[in-house]
Each structure stands twice: as structure tokens, then as C-alpha cells.
Design a binder for this molecule. Sequence first.
Ligand code: GLN
Length: 481
Amino acid sequence: MSEFSSITSFHKALYAGSITCVEKVRSYLDRIQELKHLNAFLEVYEEEALETARRLDERIKSGQKVGSLAGVVIGIKDVICYKGHNVSAASRILEGFTSLYSATAVERLLAADAIIIGNLNCDEFAMGSTNENSAFGPTLNALDNSRVPGGSSGGSAVAVQADLCQVSLGSDTGGSVRQPADFCGIVGLKPTYGRVSRYGLIAYASSFDQIGVFGKDIADVAAILQIIAGPDEFDSTASQKEVPDYQISPAHNKTWNFTYLRDALYHDGLDPEMKDAFIDFFESLVDQDHTVKGSGFDLIDYIVPAYYVLTTAEASSNLSRYDGVKYGHRTQQENLELTDFYKKSRSEGFGKEVKRRILLGSFVLSSGYYDAYYTKAQQVRRLVADKLNQILDQYDAILMPTVPSTAFKLGEKSNDPIAMYLADIYTVLANLVGVPAISVPIGRHSNGMPFGVQIITKKFDEANLLNIAHQLMDRKQVATV
Ligand code: GLN
């Protein structure tokens, strides 16, 4: 639907006077209404978005200076705080809770004159791969309503896929931006750990979490990263490193030195048709004068277990703050002892998957098992990081599938958590190591669903990552709904 496929083309029209911000917002609002059944938005800030658009139009008309994202319509995942707006992490336990401050990423978008149009559905506390763990029902994949959009940032992916907004923010702890981007046929970027401040992002696993960006156009994603990246006095894990210029140069056609991980490409879990497509894809890159060589990565089967031990451990600690006293849901049952009150409030407020992870995390941190699980997983994390960084020192980028299959059918994996976890095999790697990664559409399966290639570079090498993505992406495969 989108008349203007990128921020640049929208801005051209806006500054030429052929469209206004109000018109742009209205067209998204109509579209959101029309595609309500997708359940992408939890809340739409209709009046507020129109009012911001009106004010922007006046400023533009009177020749005042406006920010680099003027009038760009953005949706945010419901784990990102926006002052005065509800934030629930798609959980009953935060029912009715209003953000007391805005995430740094949100502050920066607003300062650049972006328009935030609403908050987006996701898996509860960003735990999941299908969006089926949301307390507010699943989001549907707009290309095939019988399929999931992926998760946990399913709403953020569908909002962009179905043109309900220009770009959106998600969070990526183990693939939650790249995997739904892959399932929906769009672009999803997870920046380097520490590139974007986590201040105001509801914590799942703090040493993995990173805010990421969805778009249909690499230059759009780069423009958003440009604004939200950088040091932040409210997050000591946000890097002090200067933010380089992420602008994509369209003429920028370089030959690159790529590698793929043999143990990933020839893994039993990968859909055979996708494997063949990747082999063809790598050959086509060689035909275009890039180098593509295989690297060994025999730690591949350890990364999902290490990820689930470490993230559940961190989650069990992070989620202990939801005790029925400080935030959101509180049990109505009276005359309870304090411990029973906590138990009851938490049992009522959290969904099944979140409970499973809190239990798992408490177990791996318990005194008798700490060394066998938590310490061991930390050691695996170190080995994996050393190995991956060593490979990245020799090549410009690693290329691999984002997910081993295309989008699941609704319900297909919801009763089999292990199968669901194993499907994270290709995405958790970048979070374990902290490197940036992006998924861009490159193909279509015979079942009609899109799939992407995942590109991984060294830490803080987003400028190259985005330029490589721009070169490799198959624009014909970007979803049109
Ligand atoms: N699917 C992964 C999980 O359930 C990823 C989640 C995420 O990145 N937030 O943990």
C-alpha cells in the first residue's frame, strides 16, 4: 500500500508539499483499522499521533527546522517504555502499568521528530519465537494468516510487513528481531550489544538484550540506528564508542570476503530446500566476485543449551521484581501471608512460558547445580565468543540462514518447547557473543513463505553490516501484503 517506500522518498514528497504528515498518519491509521485482525498493535495512539503530525506540518509550513525523522511513523514493541503510556510486556502481571519515563531510544526518536503511533504485540516478556505467548493473543503473519509471524517481536514485524507503520522497534535477546523479520519477509537488525541504550527496555536477560529495528529498506533501518545508537548516562553498558555515519551509499558496490559456517549449513535441522537455496546463493556471490569460504564451527550444538541456561538464569533474577507490590497485577485474595501473597500474585500474573523459564533459571542458579549448569554455560559462552571472533577477524562477514525453516503454522510448536528452542539455533549465536547481525530477505520457499540470509560482522561494524545487507538483499522478496 505504502505510497512511499522509504523515508527518503517520503521526505522528498513531504518537503515538496505533495503530502503532509497528517495525511501520512491518517493513511496508516486507516490501514491499522482495516487489518485489525492481525492483532499487531496492543494500543494505537490515534489522537496523539495526529496532533504531533499537525504540529509538524505547521512547523514545516512556516519554514522551521525539523528533525531528521520528521513525520516518520514508528511502532514500538510493548517492552519499550514511553512515558505516560501503558507498557505491559504482553503480560497480565503488568496490567494497567504506565511508564514513568521513556526509553532513551524513544526519547531520541521523538527528539528527531518521529511520530510514535502505538505499541506492538509480542511474546510475554519477549520470551518466545511465535508471538503465541502474548497474554493478548497471537499476532498473525500477514502473508499467510494460518502462520505465526515469529517472535518475540511478532507485532513489530507484522506492523512493518503489512505497512501499518514505516519502521518499528523490537528487542532481540536471542533472535527476536531477526527471526520474525525472516518469517515476515522484511529486514531486521540487532545491533552490537551496547550500541543502543537499554534504558527503558524491560529486561529479559540483561547481558543479551538489545533494541533492534525493523524496516523494508536498509537505508530506513540505518537512519533509525543513527538516531538511537550511542552512549547514554542512564545505561552503563551502552558503549562510549562514537557512532559512525551509517548512511548507505547506493553506489557502494564492493567485493567482500565472506564465510559461512559449514556446521550451520549442513546441520540436520535445516530445511533441505533452504539448504540448496543457500548453496546456490553462495555460488551466485562467487559469480559476482565475492569470496565465499566455509569455516568450521563445531560448537554449534552447544549454543542453544548455553543460551537457555544463561538467559533463564538472568530472567529469574530480572523478573523477581514483579511481586504484586510494586507494579501491575496484585492478587485479589485477602488475608494472605506475605510469601503466599507473592506466590499468588506471580502465579496469577505470569503465563506458562514465563513460569517455565523462571523455574529453569532458579534451578540452574541453585547452590547444588550452579557449577554444573550456570558456570558451565558461561564457559561455553566464552569458547563460542573466542571461536566466532577468531573467524570474524579473518572475514568481512559470516553468512548463514536466519532460521532453519520458514514460518511455523499457528499451534505447530506451542506444545513442544524444546522444538521451539532448537529453532533458535542460528540466531542466539550473535547474542551470546554480542556481535551485530541482520536478516534480509533473499528467497521464497515452495510453500510460498519468505526466508532471509543472516549477516554477522565484528562488534561495532554496523556500517559495513548495513552496506553488505544493502548489496545482498533481494528487493523482489520483500513482503508486499
Ligand atoms: N526465541 C528466543 C527466546 O525465546 C528469543 C527471544 C528474544 O530474542 N527476546 O528466548
